[in-house]
Design a protein around this ligand. Structure first.
Ligand code: BEZ
Ligand code: MG
Length: 839
């Protein structure tokens, strides 16, 4: 309440500075008292903001921080939806025009080259070395040296160092320093300690923030794009103490954070844990996927089929049906057998519907550039997609998008001005995200799930049950649901309401109308058995929605306790069965909400897949259970209950997650296969090797649609990965565009690894499009050689892991292409730049 509600008004940097002391201490009345260290820190922070405001712009030192997240060569300087270097270039110009002392690079390429290239060859670093901090200076000034050394060994550790000094990567441009945030430091050992309790950031990471603050003497820091690692360092979720790493690292330095307007959930973490004032940026324009290559030919033939006269003769119909099948086969939309005849009307109608879905699916159109508003065409496309009718409102919104509000917002924020609050969300759902350049906030926690979400959640959950009944002719007994913060924030708690509805429960409100718990809907009203639900939460959900976490646990407990026949109540059925076999309390047997340990995030499945450091697919399921196996009961305190979880997973019929925004597909980021893929694999093991059905509830548009994971990956492959409209738009941004294509390929492999549900043609066509086509291969290699090698290697890895089996000739060509790219990379520096001689 003290954190989330003030955010609605644009409040920043929530801090604890006192409290009521423990009444059990002798002689203590439980009076309010200050916390001296926190109060001093609060005062220091206010003083820094005042100092920033008083200083002349030309005198201010500004640190801009770019990311290397996830940490990998070829990722340096990338951020979600953002063309980082173009945006940075425009921002530097904006700062110069506003009177800052900034040395302007000649061009975007010059800027990128000086940051990623520069002297990096000399040092073997992924970017230019801007400063070298001697080890003894680090040792002398680093307050938490003991803890860092406990984790990473004696200073300077192994990362970003030559043994004598720690490297600060970046580029100084007058009084603006553009720095590269050091990597987390788990490379080569991804299972290790990432986000674990007691974990400390690397020497290089700590040195970076100390350097910015004390040696560069920054008056403010601007974190540039969604998102980096600072705010995910270990510590409390809110009301941080001086022992929490994000708090230690940022200290009293005013922190501004350029953040994607559609990601309020992770934005809240940056706000609450790292004291960031967010400055929102718009997500890329969207466009209809449209059709390309073979799909266009197929559509033309389908049009001819539709216009056939009713009395057309059988020969004519057969010939056309045969052509349609042949064309559909080339785009992997049909099987060669059995042959279609003129009687195949129903099949052909289904194909027509599938093609329409491909054509009208919305996809992102390139990347966002700060300081470069979308064109008139792009604005129209976005307003159409958002369903804004012609009229004054449309003109107002168009005007808000046409004007750049982001660079002015950065300038205003750096003057220590008040940044107005804005709801976060997708433009297509919530036009209130306009204008961008505002401080994103979350929601009122007492209204989640909202009345609308409860209604819509029931509809979506029914749709899932319907789909499963179509596929399996039965009602599922258990659904494994993945809940994230983002999807719930954007839909006022839709997925929470779905989970409740499956169990036959609803939120309960107190006399003020504030949500305070759950209640059961009577079985007569529900009209079907209560479905058991095993919920796994993202760390972000756990951070943002503690009350809702308890509410879900309470619903499961109430269901398990209800005096109802077990064939009408699968929660009770399974809880009683567990108790009969294992003993213990019903409260424990009814634990259904699982997540990370306090202060930890992620399932690590994405790290494993990214690094390739795994052998058997079951290792991925094991990683998931290890990370996500903490039960959140009605007390709200997490504890391991492995036996309960294993029992619950062994009965899962469906693994399910919602998809909430057009910008992000299940193959766009590695988090979907980390969570939904991870649990699917864990279920398979718990079921002794039998797969459960895996579904996606796509609620990005209209009423929503349930797809199998195979259907969803195919749809995204066709509308995005293989679609020239998608990849050409990305490639106009060069380096960052190639890296997006590379993630798409890696994430596709992630789905094969976790679910085995990716059709082999996906890999065939990805290979043809990005590696075997010499012109495309050359283009990608020139723009981002590291990422382009990864694409080739990932496709070969997919073959080695038996996710597809290319013919000998294709495999040979792929290997040759991979080797050719590797050879080029021999002459390439870790930052991805090609040496003159090798180029
Ligand atoms: C979340 O909102 O819960 C979330 C966002 C990004 C990745 C994973 C989870
Ligand atoms: Mg993230």
């Amino acid at each position: 309440m003290m954190v989330a509600i003030p955010e609605l008004d644009g409040a920043i940097w929530p801090m604890t500075f006192g409290g009521r002391s423990n009444t059990s201490s002798p002689g203590d009345e439980g009076d309010m008292c200050e916390h001296a260290e926190r109060a001093a820190m609060l005062a220091a922070r206010v003083a820094r903001i005042v100092r920033l405001r008083r200083k002349q712009r030309a005198e201010r030192n500004i640190a801009v921080v770019l990311f290397n997240f996830p940490p990998n060569a070829g990722n340096v300087g990338t951020a979600a939806y953002l063309a980082v270097f173009e945006s940075l270039f425009n921002t530097l110009h904006g700062l110069a025009e506003a009177g800052y002392d900034v040395e302007l690079p000649a061009s975007v390429d010059d800027l990128r080259e000086r940051i990623l290239g520069g002297n990096s060859a000399m040092f073997g670093t992924p970017a230019n070395v801007a400063a070298r901090m001697p080890v003894d200076s680090h040792v002398r000034h680093q307050r938490w040296l003991d803890e860092i050394e406990g984790q990473w060994g004696p200073a300077p550790g192994k990362l970003q160092t030559d043994g004598a000094s720690l490297f600060v990567l970046g580029l100084q441009l007058g009084r603006v320093f553009v720095g590269i945030q050091p990597a987390f430091g788990y490379e080569g050992d991804p299972m290790r300690l990432l986000f674990e309790k007691g974990f400390a950031p690397t020497h290089a990471f700590c040195a970076f923030y100390r350097w910015i603050n004390q040696e560069f003497g920054a008056d403010a820091v601007l974190h540039f794009g969604t998102h980096g690692a600072l705010e995910f360092m270990p510590g409390k979720q809110a009301g941080l103490s001086g022992k929490c790493w994000p708090d230690r690292l940022i200290g009293d330095l005013p922190n501004f954070y350029l953040y994607a307007s559609n990601n309020p959930s992770e934005g809240m973490i940056a706000k609450r844990r790292a004291g960031a004032s967010l400055i929102s940026y718009l997500t890329p324009p969207v466009a209809h996927a449209g059709l390309y290559r073979g799909l266009i030919d197929l559509k033309a033939t389908l049009d001819r089929w539709r216009s056939l006269e009713p009395d057309a003769d059988a020969c004519q119909r057969d010939a056309l049906a045969e052509l349609i099948q042949a064309q559909a086969l080339t785009v992997d939309l049909a099987k060669p057998e059995p042959a279609w005849t003129g009687q195949a009307t129903e099949t052909i109608n289904r194909l027509t519907t599938a093609l329409l879905e491909l054509e009208y699916t919305l996809i992102p159109d390139g990347m966002h550039v700060v300081g470069k508003p979308p064109t008139a065409d792009q604005r129209h496309a976005m307003l159409d997609a958002a369903g804004v009718a012609p009229g004054p409102e449309r003109v107002r919104l168009d005007g808000l998008m046409a004007a750049d509000s982001e660079i002015p917002a950065i300038i205003h924020a750096l003057d220590a001005g008040y940044t107005r609050p804005a709801p976060g969300g997708d433009l297509l759902r919530t036009t209130e995200v306009l204008p961008s350049g505002r401080n994103l906030h979350g929601f009122d926690p007492f209204r989640i799930p909202s009345a609308f979400a409860v209604q819509d959640g029931a509809r979506q959950a029914d749709r899932l049950l319907e789909r499963y009944q179509q596929d399996s002719a039965s009602l599922p007994e258990t659904v494994a649901m993945v809940l994230w913060g983002t999807d719930n924030l954007k839909t006022e708690g839709g997925p929470i309401a779905q989970a409740l509805w499956l169990m036959g429960a609803a939120p309960r409100a107190d006399s003020y109308g504030r949500i305070c718990g759950a209640h059961l809907i009577p079985l007569e009203t529900l009209g079907r058995p209560r479905v058991d639900v095993v919920i796994t939460l993202s760390g972000i959900f756990r951070d943002l929605l503690p009350m809702q976490t308890k509410l879900l646990a309470e619903a499961a407990f109430f269901a398990a306790s209800a005096d109802e026949p077990v064939e009408q109540n699968f929660v009770r059925k399974h809880a009683l069965a567990f108790q009969a076999a294992n003993g213990g309390s019903l409260e424990d047997a009814a634990l259904r909400v699982f997540g990370n340990a306090d202060g930890a995030y992620g399932a690590n499945v994405n790290e494993l897949v990214g690094s390739g450091a795994w052998n058997d697919e079951d290792e991925l399921g094991d990683a998931f259970v290890k990370r996500k196996g903490f039960a959140y009961g009605i007390s709200g305190k997490p504890a391991r209950h492995d036996a309960v979880l294993a029992h619950a997973l062994s009965g899962v019929d469906i693994a399910y997650q919602n998809l909430d925004s057009v910008e992000l597909g299940v193959t766009t980021v590695d988090h979907y296969f980390d969570t939904l893929g991870g649990i699917s694999r864990a279920v398979r093991k718990a079921r002794g090797g039998t797969k459960a059905a895996v579904y996606i509830g796509d609620q990005t548009r209209g009423d929503g649609k349930v797809r199998s994971i195979a259907e969803q990956v195919s749809l995204e492959t066709r509308t995005r990965s293989l679609n020239p409209k998608w990849y050409e738009a990305l490639l106009t941004h060069g380096y960052e565009g190639v890296r997006e294509i590379e993630s798409q390929v890696t994430n596709t492999l992630g789905w094969s690894a976790t679910t085995g549900e990716v059709d082999p043609w996906v890999y065939e066509k990805l290979s043809e499009t990005f590696v075997l086509d010499p012109i495309m291969r050359e283009r990608l290699a020139a723009l981002n050689p590291t990422a382009s090698v990864k694409i080739a290697n990932r496709l070969i890895e997919a073959h080695e892991r038996k996710y597809w089996s290319p013919g000998a000739a294709v495999l040979d060509a792929l290997r040759k292409a991979g080797e050719e790219l590797e050879d080029r990379l021999e002459g390439i520096l870790p930052n991805g730049r090609v040496l003159e001689a090798a180029a």
